[in-house]
Design a protein around this ligand. Structure first.
Ligand SMILES: CC(C)(COP(=O)(O)OP(=O)(O)OC[C@H]1O[C@@H](n2cnc3c(N)ncnc32)[C@H](O)[C@@H]1OP(=O)(O)O)[C@@H](O)C(=O)NCCC(=O)NCCS
Length: 372
């Protein structure tokens, strides 16, 4: 093993704690759909030697060591070498998750082999590698795709990959795995009313959110059969459920539900819920979908749009703040999620009813009056 990569006791104990997380059934269940989506991405781009997606840290039921700021699934294509790369700003800790491969280190002309396997019974050193910042590395894969899970010491948007410049190897070129601005990185979305045929995808996306424990009060996966009645109650004219597609694949669902059991006095009030497949988080889709729903509200007769979320759901908080929602309530400690007491935050956005008059530039089509 490369001198830089020798595991001191402190490093070993950190890897042991990450390893125990990745051996847990709950974590593996949360990671499974991300792996499947990364597989699909790799299948779609036949020229790529690898595909990846971040794993939200909230998916891990236990706190991670403080230095860990992001986690990723990478799939490295069979029979390929990914080519020299290094991370100038992050230490990479990587586990062979499914399959096997060689995570070589050292750089052109001096590659050293570090073969890794995924058998749970194998020694830590045969499954994990810890690569300091700026150490050149590349994956060399056998006849099957290699799935790895890695941890980095910078947040997802800050992780930089550096490679020798394609035109001039004396220079390097850098890229980020996620665009810094979520909006700038947003894929093309096709939003349409959901049909019964979308229900399996909707249920799958919903179930992906359960392990993170920050969006739903459900603790066990739900099934298509459980959701048939629920799905039937949506009404495209008043309380629709939509899906959003990227490249023809359903990656998100967003819907409106009646407030307080749909009693008539609350006819013009609806709650919005958004669920995005984990591999598509942090690409600006959540904010775009919520804005899109706001734009639909006048024609649906909704003048008060509610958004409710657990108080540790920072992404929804940020979206609501930026779109002009007002926080109207905070029911503290009313839920227990994965053993922790959580509160529910209630936001509202006032939306003027539909009128036939033409809005001028001076009109503000979103009244931010408070009070329910
Ligand atoms: C909540 C959710 C819809 C957000 O969608 P998204 O597409 O990932 O979010 P966006 O990319 O639009 O990011 C919105 C903001 O949240 C931040 N954010 C996104 N994920 C985050 C996370 N895991 N932790 C902290 N902040 C996060 C983004 O950085 C961005 O911040 P900005 O204000 O600086 O731009 C998505 O994470 C999801 O589907 N979660 C599971 C279901 C859920 O929680 N639904 C909401 C309750 S119904």
């Amino acid at each position: 093993m490369d001198g830089d990569l020798v595991m001191d006791p402190q490093e070993r104990s950190l890897l042991e704690s990450l390893d125990s997380l990745l051996q847990s059934d709950a974590e593996r269940a949360g990671i499974r759909p991300i792996v499947e989506q990364v597989r699909q991405k790799l299948a779609q781009d036949r020229t790529a030697t690898m595909a990846w997606a971040p794993i939200p840290l909230s998916l891990y039921g236990r706190p991670l060591p403080e230095s860990i700021r992001s986690s990723w699934v990478f799939i490295l294509r069979a029979n390929s070498a990914t080519g020299a790369e290094r991370h100038p700003n992050s230490r990479q800790r990587m586990m062979s998750y499914e399959g096997r491969g060689d995570l070589q280190t050292g750089g052109e002309g001096q590659w050293q082999s570090n073969p890794l396997v995924s058998d749970a019974g194998a020694a830590l050193e045969r499954r994990w590698i810890s690569i300091p910042p700026n150490v050149w590395h590349q994956a060399v894969t056998p006849e099957q795709d290699w799935v790895v899970v890695s941890f980095h010491t910078v947040p997802p948007e800050d992780l930089i990959e550096e490679r020798p410049h394609t035109a001039d190897v004396s220079r390097t070129q850098q890229r980020r795995y996620l665009a810094r601005s979520a909006e700038g990185d947003a894929p093309d979305l096709h939003i349409r009313i959901a049909t019964a045929a979308d229900l399996p995808a909707i249920v799958d996306i919903y179930n992906q959110s359960i392990p993170a424990g920050w969006s739903t009060a459900d603790t066990q996966p739900t099934s298509v059969a459980d959701r048939v009645e629920w799905f039937r109650k949506f009404d495209p004219a008043r309380r629709p459920i939509w899906v959003a597609e990227v490249d023809g694949r359903v990656v998100a669902t967003v819907y409106l539900s009646s407030f307080y059991g749909g009693r008539p006095a609350y006819d013009a009030t609806a709650e919005v819920s958004i669920y995005i497949a984990t591999a598509y988080h942090r690409h600006g889709i959540g904010r775009r979908l919520k804005q899109w729903v706001i734009d639909q509200c006048p024609r649906l007769g909704v003048t008060t749009l509610l958004s409710m979320h657990f108080d540790h759901n920072d992404a929804t908080r940020r979206i609501n703040e930026s779109l002009g929602f007002q926080q109207m309530g905070h029911l503290t400690e009313i839920a227990v999620v994965q053993g922790q007491k959580r509160g529910l935050v209630i936001w509202a956005l006032r939306i003027p009813p539909k009128t036939d008059r033409v809005l001028t530039g001076a009109d503000d089509d979103r009244d931010r009056v408070v009070g329910l």
